[in-house]
Design a protein around this ligand. Structure first.
Ligand SMILES: NC(=O)c1ccc[n+]([C@@H]2O[C@H](COP(=O)([O-])OP(=O)(O)OC[C@H]3O[C@@H](n4cnc5c(N)ncnc54)[C@H](OP(=O)(O)O)[C@@H]3O)[C@@H](O)[C@H]2O)c1
Length: 259
C-alpha cells in the first residue's frame, strides 16, 4: 500500500521543515514547497534516507500566480489524493505602515492570504469527494487582535483564522477537517525574515520550540479540534481578546509593540 501524501508549504525552514520531518517519520510521502530549492532538495534527500519517504521538491514563490500554478501542477502530477495540506508559508514585517515598503506589504498579503485561499480552493474539492482529508492553516497568536507596528501581518493572520474557522464549519459532516494553528513566538527564522529585533529574554517573552507546535498540531487534529494554540503568549492573547474592549486592547498593544 502506498504511503499517504501530504503537502507542506514553507518547508525550507522553521515550522515547515519540522512538519515535513515529522510527517515523513509518521509514514507520509511529501510535496515540499518553498522558494529555496536547494534547501528543499537537501531536506528531501535527508527524509528519503531516514524514513524511506518519497519527497517531491516544488521550488515556487507562492506570492506569485506563477508559483501557485507550479504548486497546483505538482499536486496534479502526484497523481494521487492529498491526505493533508499544511499551508504554513508566511512572513511578517515590523514598523509603522507608513514607513514600510509597499511592495513587501502587498507581497505578504499575496503569500499569507491569497496563496492560502488559492491552495485551499484547489485541494478541498477532491478531499470532500473522497470524504477524507485535512487542511491545516498556520496562522498565529497575532490573529486574535490588531497589532500596531505589525498591522498587515496581524490582519493577514486574522484573515487565515477567520477563513479556516468558516471553511471548517462548511465542511462539517464531510469527513474533511480544518485546523488553524496559532503559535506564539517560536524559534525559527521568522524574526530574521520579518525584520524584527532580537527577541527579548525568555522570562519576558516565552518562546516555543517548533517541535512543540508540530506536536500540538497532531494532538489537535487527533481530537478533531479547530484551533491549536501554542505557548503562553498564544493562550493569553486569546483570553485578552475575549475580555478587553478593542480600544483598550489597541492602545495596550501599540505601547507594547512600539519600535
Ligand atoms: N516563528 C514564529 O514566532 C511564528 C509565530 C506565529 C506564527 N508563525 C507562522 O508560522 C509560519 C511559518 O513561519 P516560520 O516561523 O517557520 O518562519 P521561517 O523559519 O522564516 O520559515 C518561513 C517559510 O516560508 C517560506 N516562504 C517565505 N516566503 C515564501 C514565498 N513567497 N513562497 C513560498 N514560500 C515562502 C520560506 O521559504 P523560502 O524563503 O525558501 O521561500 C520558509 O520555508 C508562518 O506562516 C508564520 O506566520 C510563526
Amino acid at each position: 500500500m502506498s504511503r499517504p501524501l501530504a503537502l507542506v508549504t514553507g518547508a525550507s525552514a522553521g515550522l515547515g521543515d519540522r512538519y515535513a520531518r515529522s510527517l515523513a517519520r509518521r509514514g507520509h510521502d511529501l510535496l515540499l514547497v518553498a522558494r529555496r530549492g536547494e534547501r528543499l532538495r537537501a531536506l528531501a534527500a535527508e527524509i528519503e534516507e531516514a524514513f524511506g519517504a518519497c519527497a517531491t521538491v516544488v521550488p515556487a514563490d507562492l506570492a506569485t500566480e506563477q508559483g501557485r500554478r507550479a504548486c497546483r501542477e505538482a499536486i496534479d502530477a502526484a497523481g494521487r489524493p492529498l491526505e493533508l495540506a499544511i499551508l504554513n508559508a508566511g512572513f511578517g514585517s515590523r514598523g509603522a505602515l507608513h514607513r514600510l515598503p509597499r511592495e513587501r506589504e502587498v507581497e505578504m498579503v499575496q503569500l499569507n492570504c491569497t496563496a492560502v485561499v488559492d491552495l485551499a480552493c484547489y485541494v478541498l474539492p477532491p478531499m470532500v469527494e473522497r470524504g477524507a482529508g485535512a487542511l491545516v492553516v498556520v496562522s498565529s497568536a497575532s490573529a486574535w487582535q490588531p497589532l500596531p507596528y505589525m498591522a498587515t501581518y496581524a490582519a493577514s493572520k486574522a484573515f487565515e483564522l477567520s477563513f479556516a474557522d468558516a471553511v471548517g464549519e462548511e465542511l462539517r459532516g464531510t469527513g474533511v477537517q480544518t485546523l488553524a494553528v496559532l503559535p506564539g513566538p517560536t524559534r525559527t527564522e521568522f524574526s530574521t525574515t520579518s525584520g524584527e529585533n532580537a527577541p527579548g529574554p525568555e522570562w519576558l517573552i516565552p518562546t516555543s520550540d517548533p517541535e512543540d507546535v508540530v506536536a500540538a498540531t497532531w494532538r489537535a487534529l487527533g481530537r478533531g479540534r479547530r484551533h491549536a494554540s501554542i505557548g503562553p503568549v498564544a493562550h493569553s492573547a486569546a483570553a485578552v481578546a475575549r475580555v478587553l474592549p478593542r480600544p483598550a486592547m489597541l492602545r495596550g498593544a501599540g505601547l507594547v509593540q512600539r519600535e
